[in-house]
Ligand binder design. Structure first.
Ligand code: ZN
Length: 304
């Protein structure tokens, strides 16, 4: 058994999985806004899950954590970008005191990319990019069937600058992809939850439809840049905004198709833009893949 953890700014999902990536059981609960007793709440969830399924700690093959923020795989440090009150936390140190198995850490979107590549929409591809479009925008790049992170932090697609005169981003810069095309960007422009905007747009509300048009345009700009740099087989989209993927994808595909260089959409080398398959479980499945050592990012350097 392997434990996969998806530590998000709003929710923490802890799952128990087989070596094949099948989820046996899972617990989901809100992520505490303030960090009490270090990150011990994660230990408690894992222990609860193991007890419920009658599995001893020493029977675990490994624990894989995907965290929504900047992750230092070598040191084990995590900074949750959208939970500033947490500060820097070393999750590996906390878990190692309790669990004897190998523990790996990665950014959540990167882990989700591994999950989709292994068991989801990216199955069978050699090169794919996953974008998680939720509160922010996360990215995971698979090149030649391996997760690409450069020196460790690479793949922060959400902070690619699209418009230097654009709105301020959480990272301090202006006009990042995330500041223009994320759920938070919609909320900031309209003071409404993206879900509400979609409901209104589907009913024909012209203001809501204008907001969606802007959203699709912003998304297309980022995606066109990604295609020109990587020319992957697939761009896979996940995250909260993709609950309304059916409403976005047809127009998004059209705009991208019209704007990319023609040689990038030759019939035998088309880039498919698709909705993710594993939804919020991609990170857990990716954790198994990471633990099993099939990814470049779990070379010994990230094993602590
Ligand atoms: Zn940014």
């Amino acid at each position: 058994m392997i434990v996969g953890i998806d530590l998000g700014a709003t929710k923490t999902l802890v799952g128990l999985l087989t070596k094949k990536g099948k989820i046996i059981d899972q617990i989901i609960q809100p992520t505490p806004k303030k960090l009490k007793r270090g990150g011990f709440f994660i230990v408690e969830i894992i222990e609860r899950l193991l007890k419920k399924n009658r599995i001893a700690k020493n029977k675990l093959i490994g624990i894989g954590i995907g965290a929504a923020g900047l992750v230092d795989q070598k040191k084990g440090d995590v900074i949750l970008t959208n939970l500033p009150e947490w500060g820097k936390i070393n999750l590996i140190k906390i878990l190692r005191k309790i669990f004897p198995c190998p523990i790996f850490l990665e950014n959540d979107a990167k882990l989700a990319a591994l999950g989709e590549f292994w068991r989801g929409q990216g199955k069978g591809t050699k090169n794919m990019i996953l974008l998680t479009i939720g509160t922010g925008i996360g990215g995971g790049i698979i090149i030649d069937k391996k997760l690409y992170t450069g020196q460790g932090y690479g793949g922060e697609i959400g902070h690619m600058i699209i418009d230097p005169d654009g709105p301020k981003c959480g990272c301090g810069s202006y006009g990042c992809f995330e500041a223009l095309a994320s759920g938070m960007a919609i909320k900031k422009r309209t003071n409404l939850e993206p879900k509400t905007i979609f409901v209104r747009a589907r009913k024909g509300d012209s203001f809501a439809n204008e907001i969606i048009r802007e959203e699709i345009k912003a998304l297309s700009l980022g995606i066109i840049n990604i295609i020109h740099i990587f020319h992957p087989e697939k761009i896979i989209l996940s995250g909260g905004l993709m609950d309304n993927g059916d409403f976005i994808l047809p127009d998004l595909r059209k705009i991208v198709q019209n704007k990319i260089l023609k040689r990038f959409c030759q019939s035998d080398r088309k880039v498919r833009i698709e909705k993710a398959k594993l939804a919020n479980q991609a990170g857990l499945v990716g954790a198994v893949y990471l633990i099993l050592g099939q990814s470049v990012s779990c070379r010994p350097k990230s094993r602590l």
